[in-house]
Design a protein around this ligand. Structure first.
Ligand code: PEP
Length: 250
């Protein structure tokens, strides 16, 4: 079975509940249900309920959170567990997003525990991997991506690895307006695809590998049509309903 392309909106720390309602009114008018693609929103955790309410008639649109803690509960001020996120309606969670890694210092071992916690709660982790500019310039892209991929999946069984989503997001492309060339993204996606097969076999052949990094309405078609690109993870260009609807209709 060929999986449908995934279009994922990472709102980061943008959009209050009120903004989200306004956004969804416009977006839902511009994006009619399409059975050939999966659309996922990652709003801020406090905005999740508003988005969930706005899409209650649209089971084709799914929800995720941008982060979880790996413990079930306890003295972790400011954190949310996977179980809480699942209960609030999130089916997906971003793990190891570049801002978590490079602004908040998230380590590979933490991505491993978060992927395991997501799986335990019945959520699908979207494991984000990607190299920094200096790593790319030193020719270390594949090594960095493989290290992050192996670490994030280290405690998952092959069946779980087969059902997760990977996002290749070169750090130098996120929020910078610099996009990877489709063929460069393809080459890294192929490296990821080979490693997934080594880790979990044939069941990973259709695992969606998303590209993220300054994707927008102008470059979405070229990126989504590149070999091995199974969808897009979009930050800035997902904040305007018209732009996001254009991308999702690509
Ligand atoms: C992201 O935050 O995952 C992202 C890809 O951001 P942007 O599209 O703004 O580069």
């Amino acid at each position: 079975m060929i999986r449908k392309p995934v279009f994922a909106a990472n709102w980061k720390m943008n959009h209050t509940s009120r903004d989200a309602k306004t956004f969804m009114r416009t977006f839902l008018m511009q994006y009619a249900r399409r059975p050939d693609r999966t659309v996922v929103f990652f709003p801020p955790a406090l905005t999740l309920a508003a988005v969930s309410d706005a899409i209650k008639e649209r089971q084709d649109i799914l929800l995720g959170v941008q982060n979880i803690h790996w413990e079930l509960k306890g003295a972790f001020t400011g954190e949310q567990s996977a179980e809480m996120s699942r209960e609030a309606g999130a089916a997906f969670v971003l793990v190891g997003h570049s801002e978590r890694r490079h602004v908040f210092g998230e380590k590979d071992e933490e991505t491993q525990k978060k992927c395991a916690a997501a799986n335990r709660a019945g959520m699908t982790p979207v494991l984000c991997v990607g190299e920094k500019l200096e790593e790319r310039e030193r020719g270390e892209t594949d090594a960095v991506v493989l290290r992050q991929l192996r670490a994030g999946t280290a405690s998952l069984d092959p069946a779980t690895i087969g059902s997760m989503i990977i996002a290749y997001e070169p750090v130098w492309a996120i929020g910078t307006g610099k996009t990877a060339q489709p063929e460069d993204a393809s080459a890294v996606h192929a490296v990821i695809r080979r490693e997934l097969a080594a880790l979990a076999g044939e069941r990973t052949k259709d695992t969606p590998i998303l590209y993220g990094g300054s994707a927008n309405a102008g470059n979405a078609a070229a990126l989504i049509n590149a070999a091995n690109v199974g969808g897009l993870l979009v930050g800035g260009a997902s904040l305007e309903p018209e732009a996001w609807a254009t991308i999702v209709r690509t």
